[in-house]
Design a protein around this ligand. Structure first.
Ligand SMILES: [Zn+2]
Length: 83
């Protein structure tokens, strides 16, 4: 079951890591860029409209192996320690 090809983020070149999506999302396993310095992720904090400054979210690059590795932008919690 671990025969997934190595995928890299087109934005930063980091290897994507497996992430099990919540069942309600309709996704199964996603491959996610976990690089906090990723260009996409670093820029996303100011690019989301109507976002609550008290709830910093960003977008991480991800691909869905169940859908032909279609790119998805995963909304991710930046956490209280995000700069
Ligand atoms: Zn990346």
């Amino acid at each position: 079951m671990s025969e997934l090809p190595t995928r890299v983020c087109p934005h930063c070149g980091s290897q994507l890591g497996e992430w099990a999506a919540p069942p309600e999302s309709g996704w199964g396993m996603l491959l996610v860029c976990n690089n906090n310095d990723c260009k996409l992720f670093a820029c996303s904090g100011t690019s989301i409209e109507n976002k609550d400054p008290e709830n910093p979210f960003g977008c991480r690059y991800a691909e869905n192996p169940d859908n032909g590795y279609k790119p998805v932008h995963l909304l991710a919690w930046l956490g209280p320690h995000a700069s």
